[in-house]
Ligand binder design. Structure first.
Ligand code: GDP
Ligand code: MG
Length: 307
């Protein structure tokens, strides 16, 4: 009993609220979004630009994994294709056909792809951004949505230039200038993020995520942090603070439900909520077999030696 009292006091302290009622109300608000928040990310660009590879990387899937978006293929379906996140079914990545194809003319593109369904747009190119990309960005802006220019396959340029004796930093600066040349007159200096879907921790992907987090409302920002694969220590730390913040809320809410005086039901609710939360932690931190196997391959250590 004394232990329970101590636990309750600790939970109240974490909540920052003066009374249990207020703490429960706040906790309910905090966890309410967990199962309900919806995040729709649109990825658009020419065929071959690297849309499908980027979508797979964000979903933490290798291109050959079951359920991965097919890569290196000439697109035949000319309509938006939805790829739900494997661990967060309310987070969807949308592979959109490039602007300017006969079916998707620049003027009607936004309407055709049902722009209002997406939280933001990633405009992907493996080279310079072209007039169609600029037209699209203008349309997105006109419709009060955010867009981000993402330059893919940066790893290939860097490797090629290193062979000629050019340092990585110089190559990155050259690509950045090259991309900005086309865009700067139209948008001021728009952020362009240089990435490689082969390895998200390299180049500007962390910066892109910081920008997305800055622009998204809190619940969607949390969903983004939760769903991204662990690609860096900073990413791991963000996940850690998010789950830590949520842990007290889940503890209080599940405890409050357990106080409902309906025989049998209270415990069922309590356990289901805690299990659902722990399952989210498990996948978000990449503790499932598939992620551990990939990590083990990358660091060249057996799984048991990493734990
Ligand atoms: N090295 C490297 N290859 C990439 C990258 N992104 C895509 N690719 C490759 O480029 C080709 C086309 O990519 P894909 O994602 O299918 O392009 P999409 O047509 O825009 O969906 C595939 O063979 C990918 O493996 C990247 O960042 N780095
Ligand atoms: Mg594709």
């Amino acid at each position: 009993m004394a232990d329970q009292q101590d636990d309750l006091c600790a939970l109240l302290k974490d909540s920052g609220e003066p009374t249990l009622e207020r703490a429960i109300a706040k906790a309910r608000e905090e966890v309410g979004w967990l199962d309900n928040v919806i995040l729709n990310i649109a990825v658009t660009g020419e065929t071959g630009a690297g849309k499908s590879s980027f979508i797979n990387a964000i979903r933490g899937l290798q291109d050959t994994a079951e359920g991965a978006a097919p890569t290196g293929v000439t697109e035949t379906t000319m309509e938006p294709t939805m790829y739900p996140h494997p661990n967060m079914p309310n987070v969807n990545l949308w592979d959109l056909p490039g602007i300017g194809s006969p079916t998707f003319k620049a003027e009607t593109y936004m309407k055709e792809v049902k722009y209002q369904n997406y939280d933001f747009f990633i405009i992907v190119s493996a080279s310079r951004f072209k007039q169609n990309d600029i037209t699209l960005a203008k349309e997105i802006k006109k419709n009060k949505k955010n867009f981000y220019f993402v330059r893919t396959k940066t790893d290939l340029d860097v490797t090629q230039e290193v062979k000629k004796g050019v340092r990585e930093e110089q190559t990155l600066q050259k690509i950045r200038n090259n991309c900005l040349e086309n865009l700067i007159g139209t948008f001021g200096p728009p952020p362009v993020f240089l990435i490689t879907s082969e390895s998200l921790q390299r180049f500007d992907f962390p910066k892109l995520v910081n920008n997305l987090e800055r622009d998204l409302p809190e619940e969607k920002r949390n969903a983004l942090v939760m769903c991204l694969p662990v690609y860096s220590q900073q990413c791991l730390e963000k996940k850690y603070s998010l789950f830590k913040k949520l842990a007290w809320a889940v503890a209080i809410t599940s405890g409050a439900i357990a106080a409902v005086p309906v025989l049998g039901l209270s415990q069922a609710c309590d356990v289901a909520m805690v299990v659902s939360f722990l399952t989210k932690c498990y996948y978000s931190f990449g503790l499932n077999d598939r992620f551990l196997e990939r990590l083990s391959d990358r660091v060249k250590k057996p799984i048991l030696a990493m734990i």
